[in-house]
Write a new protein. Structure first.
Length: 159
């Protein structure tokens, strides 16, 4: 039986945990756990033990794995480099880059990608870099000057 579950924390900072063995549910507040821990061991009254992982994010991220390109907002189109769009949400996206050590947190990037048949022409998203890890995975939040239909396009893809 599955021993790990993932829960996305909504605006009310509460989750309803469901035991997969007995199907009982219990709602708990998780606001105080935001800083302390994101994985919790749960022992149900039916004696089933499992772990839950808490995701404190504003919106769900969908894994993508599509090719795209990026450049700093201050650079010309000729300076675009390739990237992999790892995931996307209503609030931002995650990309993986190679061989570019000039990107820093707070830089603004223009990321271009196609979302399959939903968007035949290329779309650009402007993102502010929020996180960079040692493997050059970048997490970015959408900022102004993005296409008006971005919300519609992303919503279609997140379904």
């Amino acid at each position: 039986m599955k021993t790990e579950q993932k829960y996305y924390i909504g605006k009310n900072d509460k989750i309803t945990i469901r035991c997969l063995a007995c199907k009982k549910k219990r709602t708990i507040a998780v606001k105080d756990l935001k800083i302390k821990q994101h994985s919790i061991k749960v022992v149900c009254p039916c004696s089933h033990t499992f772990f839950i992982h808490l995701e404190f994010r504003q919106s769900y991220r969908k894994k993508m794995g599509i090719e795209g390109s990026y450049r700093k907002r201050s650079e010309s189109v000729e300076q675009e480099k390739s990237c992999l769009i790892r995931d996307i949400s209503l609030g931002g996206l995650g990309i993986t880059i190679t061989n570019d050590t000039s990107i820093q947190v707070e830089d603004e990037l223009i990321v271009s990608f196609k979302l399959g048949t939903f968007q035949q022409s290329g779309g650009d998203a402007i993102v502010r870099v929020r996180h960079i890890d040692s493997r050059m995975n970048i997490g970015g939040a959408f900022v102004g000057s993005t296409p008006d239909n971005r919300l519609e396009v992303v919503t279609l893809f997140l379904q």
